[in-house]
Design a protein around this ligand. Structure first.
Ligand code: NDP
Length: 352
């Protein structure tokens, strides 16, 4: 037996709930000191956390009521999300000290004891050694952008299609725009929350145009940037921004219904139904708008990870990240991401 008893760790727990109509705040979280009190048993692995992912869907886990695809966190319980770490001790023959491992339910702790069966071994060469990319461009985020586009966008190379992306400077959005271009969209336009993000999309990621939704005349400016109308809309935000984009969509066009972050602090089913006028437009113009759920596409994960890694290495996609350091700053990173503080994927670096 390896003795890890009394090893001191830090963890983040849920202190309180924001309430179904409440914005999450720092007081909803608490950082605690703890000790790993158990010895490592057969089949278990001790892992040092390297990076944690903070994601919009975590907002739903703060509520008491469970949704179909996410479990509610318990008050006082440790919070979890996607994570990456390095094996420090192993009593599972499938893992060696130094292996890079990942899973989707990683506790917000500096060190964790996992059942080896719950971990996936990762090959660092897929991300040129930059392990955080396994939580972003070569992980869930990249998969969401790629598989969402593949499943629902109906890109036809050479068909002169215009793609609009909302939440465009965020993790999924910044990749969806780049991938749409690779797949053959003729024109890619992003919508996001600051002028700096707009410049980033156009100057760094090669978008044809970008709009700040906090400024006036959004509909008019979108029309100017999309003179032939919108053929594909990768929707990360929902609400009035999406109503406006959909009003400019062409006959037989397609919405990739990825997320609705503008609605996550409301007591609504997910995805919430569109406004009546938008619903009528969808019908009238025969616009497809089916909910996309990444975990319905697990059969394509391995091949898609290879594809994303290849594009990353070839420089065809840029993997922008906003990195916050320190486990105790994980709640702050989450709150910042929910209010637009990030460009690209928001990551927390827990250890070097
Ligand atoms: P992002 O990196 O895009 O971060 C969230 C961004 O949302 C912020 O940066 C902010 O940017 C924007 N935002 C916040 N509030 C609003 C608002 N009220 N109106 C408009 N924009 C807002 O997060 P992800 O890329 O991780 O997630 C993007 C979307 O994809 C989410 O809706 C998420 O739930 C969804 N998703 C869906 C999956 C699926 O399987 N269907 C899987 C993974 C993610 P800004 O400065 O532009 O306001």
């Amino acid at each position: 037996r390896l003795n890890i008893a009394r090893m001191r760790i830090k963890k983040v727990v849920l202190a309180s709930r924001p309430g179904i109509f409440g914005e999450p705040v720092a007081e909803n979280f608490r950082v605690e000191q703890a000790v790993l009190s158990e010895n490592l048993l057969d089949g278990q692995v001790l892992v040092q956390t390297q990076y944690l992912s903070v994601d919009p869907y975590l907002r739903c886990q703060m509520d008491e009521a469970e949704m179909e695809s996410v479990q509610s966190w318990k008050i006082g319980g440790v919070i979890d999300s996607g994570g990456i770490g390095i094996v420090q001790q192993s009593k599972d023959s499938g893992f060696c000290v130094g292996d890079t491992v990942s899973n989707f339910d990683w506790p917000w702790q500096t060190h964790c004891v996992f059942d080896g069966k719950s971990l996936q071994k990762m090959d660092p060469s897929l991300v040129n050694g930059q392990l955080s990319h396994f939580l972003g461009a070569v992980g869930t985020t990249g998969l969401t952008a790629l598989l969402g586009m593949k499943a629902q966008a109906q890109v036809v190379p050479g068909a002169n299609q215009t793609l609009v992306v909302s939440g465009a400077a965020g993790a999924c959005g910044s990749l969806a725009g780049q991938i749409g271009r690779i797949m053959g969209c003729a024109r890619v336009v992003g919508i996001c929350g600051t002028d700096e993000k707009c410049s980033f999309l156009v100057n760094e990621l090669g978008f044809d145009g970008a709009l700040n939704y906090k400024k006036k005349y959004l509909a008019q400016k979108l029309k100017e940037l999309c003179p032939n109308g919108v053929d594909i809309y990768f929707d990360n935000v929902g609400g009035t921004i999406s109503d406006m984009v959909i009003s400019q969509m062409n006959q037989n066009s397609h919405v990739v219904l990825c997320g609705q972050i503008s609605q996550y602090n409301k007591d609504m089913c997910h995805p919430p139904p569109p406004a009546a006028q938008t619903e009528a437009l969808l019908e009238e113009r025969n616009i497809t708008r089916d909910r996309f759920l990444l975990f319905n596409h697990t059969d394509q994960f391995d091949s898609s990870i290879q594809q994303l890694s290849k594009w990353l290495k070839e420089g065809k996609i840029k993997a922008q990240e906003t990195i916050t350091c320190g486990l105790e700053n994980t709640p702050g990173a989450f709150l910042s991401m929910m209010t637009g503080g990030n460009t690209g994927k928001q990551i927390v670096q827990v250890s070097q």
